[in-house]
Design a protein around this ligand. Structure first.
Ligand code: D41
Length: 676
């Protein structure tokens, strides 16, 4: 390549623009435009040029996102426009009083409605970003609202913060306010690595975000997957101000900021309440924590007329959701035995209302976790319940430890069958060695066998399985097929009719598929997907039971550990005799002709992913499709075979509909993949 300075300079500017655009597509729009490999290639070229011509390196270079030299201390920043706080409404009455105050001040009649912008209240750290001529020149924490700390080096590492604004009508001076937060997945990731390194874990994503921004070494901040959403502006000079809050957010979106996708205008306070209910239902499914809703008068002229009192605007209010963390007392620890014999310590808590539900149990995972938390019976603990996950003990409040707090003793024999408990070196989990002799393990095995995605025995719920085992009517899954109406009709709460129905569902379950049968056996690490791949690759149960390590390893998703568990399962004579009993009772399936199979069933197809994905990441979806032979394109055309559209899908979805291209939502897509 000819390297005269002018050419290099123009290439450099172009690379910067291109990388900043890709970055925006990836981190702000969640809609990557190029594969990672292409991004990496451009970045390497940029870095090559920067190494050769260090004087070119500018603050808006995407290479600057990795962090730089550590600071000695943070300097203070005085906010030219104060960062106000938010008043809180704790119930509907307080929200309605807020609405009434506004109407009174504006001399509105009772039947006239205010337009409010509703926003999820992100649970992170409020910051202010200053842009001069479109370039990020400073980032600051909120501090006390008047004076914060200069965290410019740290904010530069956050990928969803534009280093340079794009689009039309950029003001000469712009101060953007927003929330920096850590999505739950990022929180789990950094906590897992903190624990692995023997460091203390963060209690919640907000603390982790705050801790990450407080680093003097921006390289540490760069290693934390922080995000930022913009929600208001401070200084705004040399440009045209929009007329409403939502149009302001739209402008910020055009200039490159991430705006929360659930921001929405509503008419009147009743609609605010229904927005609250809707978001509360969605709360657990969001990939990040929110702690409430913020309502803002949408019209900026009205906002100005309303002004503010003390430190909070009169035109905005926050309504909190139930807290996701609460303190309670750990009264006892119970040890539960799972399907694979894993012994899980479960904290028995003084019931506490957290994250919208009453919690009286929380998992302590394993012995290492108990040690890491340093928790004892009688301790006051912080319980965190966020998302669909099981409540966790986040922290012990040592100040409140009573004198008679007792250490938790991990049992040496199984609490159910008294067999010795063993712990494999290097594994955190301790297991009962009783196998299916252990009633707890056999109950779990039967429950799994009967479950919907396994043998799908309708009417055989967990309670009934417990009862059947406790009454000595069944010991293993094979015994299910010897049950008759007469044997079960006498059981507690079992009428003749339900007994007949149950026997019928057991009978119906006999006709199954190889994949479901494999899954239902409950082999460790063999989930639905692996069972499907195994079935597809081997075609018959005999080929799987006879497969050696090498043959198993040839299958996608089967590594040495899974291969070991599969071989181990089929080497066990008890398991083999249960399988042959099942077959004798008539459990059957059609073997699969593996020679006729196409390993790339989507070959020749072109797929388009649009909108947000909540179950799997976009990258995962893309990988899966490509593995199956499909091409994944960025735009919809007549050549598109199929579109997957998540929430927020816009023009691509419209185009697909105009062109009559089939569309799946994410759940349908996941099911489609599972059925392949
Ligand atoms: O999501 C938030 N945490 C959020 C915070 C939001 N969506 N909007 C906010 N709006 C304001 C005003 C109305 C004062 C501009 C806020 C905050 N303030 C805020 N965050 C921390 C203190 C105040």
């Amino acid at each position: 390549m000819a390297e005269n300075p002018e050419q290099v300079l123009s290439e450099y500017e172009q690379l910067k623009d291109e990388l900043n655009q890709h970055n925006h597509r990836y981190y702000v729009q969640d809609d990557p435009s190029v594969p990672d490999s292409e991004y990496d290639r451009l970045m390497r070229r940029l870095q090559e040029i920067e190494q050769q011509f260090p004087e070119l390196v500018s603050d808006d270079s995407p290479s600057q996102r990795v962090g730089g030299e550590a600071l000695q201390s943070f300097t203070q920043v005085t906010h030219a426009v104060a960062m106000l706080s938010l008043e809180n409404a704790f119930n509907e009455e307080e929200l309605e009083a807020f609405d009434k105050r506004i109407k009174d001040r504006l001399n509105l009649k009772d039947d006239q409605q205010i337009e409010y912008a509703c926003e999820p209240k992100l649970d992170g750290v409020a910051v202010s970003l200053l842009y001069k001529d479109g370039l990020l020149v400073r980032g600051a924490t909120r501090g006390d609202g008047k004076v914060g700390e200069d965290i410019t080096a740290n904010v530069r590492t956050i990928n969803s913060i534009p280093l340079k604004l794009s689009g039309q009508g950029i003001p000469k001076l712009l101060e953007v306010r927003g929330e920096i937060y850590l999505p739950r997945a990022g929180f789990d990731k950094i906590n897992a690595s903190a624990i692995a390194a023997g460091d203390k874990a963060f209690v919640n994503p907000r603390n982790a975000a705050a801790g990450s921004l407080r680093q003097l070494d921006s390289k540490i901040t760069a290693s934390r997957p922080l995000e930022m959403c913009a929600y208001s502006v401070g200084q705004f000079k040399g440009g045209t101000t929009p007329d409403s809050h939502l149009n302001m957010l739209a402008a910020l979106g055009e200039w490159g900021f991430k705006i929360n996708r659930y921001v929405e205008p509503v008419e009147g306070v009743k609609a605010c309440e229904s927005y609250y209910d809707r978001m509360q239902e969605r709360r657990d499914q969001l990939p990040y924590d929110i702690d409430g809703i913020v309502y803002k008068v949408n019209d900026l002229k009205l906002q100005q007329r309303l002004g503010f009192v003390a430190k909070a605007p009169r035109w905005a209010i926050a309504r909190k959701f139930p807290a996701q963390e609460e303190m309670t007392v750990l009264q006892d620890v119970e040890f539960q035995v799972g399907r694979t014999g894993a012994i899980t310590p479960v904290a028995k808590l003084k019931p506490v209302f957290v994250g919208g539900v009453t919690v009286s149990n929380a998992t302590l995972h394993n012995g290492d976790e108990i040690q890491r938390l340093g928790v004892r019976i009688g301790d006051t603990v912080i319980i965190r319940r966020a998302g669909d996950v099981i409540p966790q003990v986040a922290k012990v409040v040592l100040e409140k430890r009573p004198a008679d707090a007792r250490p938790i003793v991990f049992p040496e024999s199984c609490p159910v069958c008294q067999s010795p408990v063993r712990r494999v070196e290097g594994e955190a989990v301790a297991r009962c060695s009783g196998g299916l002799f252990c009633a707890a393990q056999s109950k779990q095995a039967i429950k799994h066998f009967a479950s919907r995605k396994a043998m799908d025995i309708d009417g055989l719920g967990d309670k009934l399985v417990d009862l059947l085992v406790d009454e000595g009517l069944i010991y293993s899954v094979a015994d299910l097929y010897e049950l008759g109406v007469d044997k079960i009709a006498g059981l507690e709460r079992m009428g003749d009719k339900s007994a007949k129905n149950l026997i019928e569902s057991i009978e119906n379950s006999k006709q199954t598929s190889l994949a479901k049968f494999l899954f239902s056996l409950g082999i460790r690490e063999v989930g639905e997907a692996t069972a499907q791949t195994l079935a597809k690759n081997f075609g018959s149960l005999e080929s799987i039971t006879g497969a050696d390590q090498d043959a198993l390893l040839e299958v996608d998703d089967v590594g040495p550990v899974v291969a070991y568990y599969i071989r181990d399962f089929f080497r066990n004579p008890d398991n083999l005799s249960i399988i042959s009993a099942l077959r004798e009772f008539g459990v059957c399936w059609d073997d699969i002709d593996i020679t006729a199979q196409d390993s790339q069933p989507l070959k020749g197809q072109t797929w388009v992913l649009t909108g947000a994905m909540e179950i799997m990441s976009r990258a995962e979806a893309k990988d899966k499709l490509q593995d199956l032979g499909a091409k994944v394109a960025g735009s919809v055309s007549a050549k598109t075979t199929q579109v997957v559209a998540g929430p927020g899908a816009g023009s691509k979805l419209n185009k697909a509909q105009t062109l009559d291209i089939p569309v799946l939502d994410e759940q349908q897509f996941v099911r489609f993949l599972a059925d392949l």
